[in-house]
Design a protein around this ligand. Structure first.
Ligand code: PLP
Length: 359
């Protein structure tokens, strides 16, 4: 986090936002703190309660919520297990289907195996092997499709009509959002003075759940979404106050394969409009630099999509000042060769002035 803030930033941020939401965007229909607490009870024993760990060498302090430590390497297990465990017995017997760029697939496979439910996942045919291999090994059936949201949805609907599976969507679903919201509950319990939570955004389920939990438990804290600037549909949607879609050919350019969804979900959008303070972007170089620094300084593996919130906090650009910021490291599933190439890519640009001092 940068230590100095330009006057324009102070003017822009003003007083912290409260829970009421924006005029014209009623908060009714949003996932409630009770739903998130119920999800936390279902998840008990199935997921890792991740710690909050300091990012060594960064001043003022930055805390990381390392969801890469989940058994599937990402936060997605929370939403997947929350949704499957809430299904009635008959639906569990028929089985579940999901479409995903990789991490949700792996989480569905893992959660379904834990709960004894048959699982099928529709996966874009360019998804990294680091994400597909474990999904296969967990016993899920994999159905490849073109790498667009439309193709994923069409293939999934076909499977549902043929086999009666229950769809577990990757982000736009109450039980999924409630499961992801358990991260916010944990942050509030682990750091009650948290004043900023930076969260990666793709379809918007992660930030929706976290924002719902943080607003209810730490209403003065700001929740900021972070996207690659090459896939900034959520930033545009937030600014224009209507859902904007980017072409798949544009979002595919980012190294953050987990964040290439072309449009945030409708339910997620309601949460973002009502509960989120801003959506900011980071560059491809900042993402790679954050991956390197997270490995070298914090000894944690961040995949590109998992590193964007850390990247935003390390640059400090566009974020409001904060005393107790938390960055969600949302996943660590990166192909070893791709990770090695990022690590080997040489020295990073110097930090902003005052942002960091040697240990
Ligand atoms: C590692 C990682 N981070 C962040 C996200 C974004 O989550 P959401 O789609 O709920 O916004 C994803 C989604 O796949 C992901 O895999």
């Amino acid at each position: 986090m940068a230590g100095q803030w330009p006057v324009s930033a102070a003017r822009r941020w003003g007083a912290p936002r409260r829970v009421e939401g924006s005029p014209g965007y009623p908060v009714t229909g949003l996932v409630t703190i009770e739903e998130i607490r119920a999800a936390a009870a279902r998840l008990d024993g199935a997921i890792v309660t991740t710690p909050l760990v300091p990012f060594p060498g960064v001043e003022p302090r930055l805390l990381i919520k390392p969801e890469c430590l989940q058994p599937v390497g990402s936060f997605k297990l929370r939403g997947a297990y929350s949704a499957i465990s809430a299904l009635p017995e008959q639906a569990r017997q028929r089985g579940v289907v999901a479409h995903s760029s990789g991490n949700h697939a792996q989480a569905i496979a893992y959660a379904a195996a834990l709960l004894g439910v048959p699982a099928t996942v529709v996966v874009p045919d360019n998804a990294p092997e680091a994400k597909l291999g474990p999904t296969r090994r967990l016993g899920a059936q994999i159905v490849p499709c073109q790498p667009t949201l439309a193709a994923r949805i069409a293939a999934t609907e076909d499977l549902i009509s043929r086999y009666g599976y229950t769809l577990i969507p990757p982000f736009d679903h109450r039980d999924v959002i409630a499961g992801q919201g358990t991260i916010g509950l944990e942050i509030a319990a682990q750091c009650p003075d948290v004043d900023l939570v930076a969260v990666p955004i793709s379809g918007g389920g992660l930030i929706s759940g976290i924002a719902a939990a943080i607003r209810a438990t730490c209403p003065g804290a700001r929740v900021i979404g972070v996207e690659p600037e090459l896939a900034a549909d959520a930033r545009d949607s937030f600014r224009q106050r209507e859902r904007v879609a980017w072409p798949a050919s544009a979002t595919q350019r980012t190294v953050a394969d987990a964040l290439r969804v072309e449009q945030i979900g409708a339910l997620a959008f309601q949460h973002i409009l009502s509960l989120v303070d801003d959506v900011v972007t980071v560059t491809e170089d900042e993402i790679r630099a954050a991956m390197r620094r997270t490995a070298a300084q914090a000894h944690l593996v961040a995949e590109p999509g998992g590193a964007v919130a850390i990247a935003a906090c390390l640059s400090g650009r566009d974020l409001p000042p904060a005393q107790a910021p938390v960055a969600v490291l949302s996943g660590g599933n990166v192909d070893p060769a791709a990770f090695a190439a990022v690590l080997a890519r040489g020295s990073d640009p110097p930090d902003p002035p005052m942002a960091e001092r040697p240990q």
